[in-house]
Design a protein around this ligand. Structure first.
Ligand code: FES
Length: 150
């Protein structure tokens, strides 16, 4: 698979730690190999604040990262069913778009999305996003227009 990267609202002002991070390769943290994420499945990555990131491998074989918390009632999206470029929450079956974490109509809300890079078999997340407070990520990822807090 070729390198894949998508921007989902990255901002450079997430955490004090981020201020010390020079943009570039040093800011990427290897989190797993591509083979660690099952096809049409997910793998969780621990964050310091206790709220995990869920890495998803979509039908296109592209990798996406969302906070592992449904915008409805906090269901673990990593345990949902991945189909196409979306995941169905295991609790009440809301459909969440993997590219930006938005719930699909008629449902409303979003969960924070994170930038992912895949090079060869290695999957990377941005270090500052792993360390960022969740409330900041929620506002950054959805532009603050979904009306939902993380
Ligand atoms: S918690 Fe995800 S659909 Fe209800």
């Amino acid at each position: 698979m070729s390198a894949a990267e998508f921007a989902a609202g990255f901002r450079a002002d997430f955490a004090a730690d981020a201020a010390a991070t020079v943009p570039g390769e040093a800011a990427w943290t290897p989190v797993c190999s591509l083979g660690d994420i099952p096809a049409l499945g997910a793998r969780r990555v621990r964050r310091p604040d206790g709220v995990d990131i869920a890495l998803f491998r979509a039908e296109s074989d592209r990798v996406y990262a969302l906070l592992d918390r449904c915008p409805h009632k906090g269901g673990p999206l990593s345990q949902g069913i991945v189909f196409g470029e979306s995941v169905a929450c295991p609790l009440h079956n809301w459909t969440i778009r993997l590219s930006d974490g938005r719930a699909q109509a008629p449902d409303e809300g979003c969960t924070p999305a994170f930038v992912v890079k895949v090079e060869g078999d290695q999957v990377y997340l941005r270090r500052e996003q792993l360390l960022a407070p969740i409330a900041t990520r929620a506002a950054a990822s959805c532009g603050g227009d979904c009306g939902r807090a993380a």
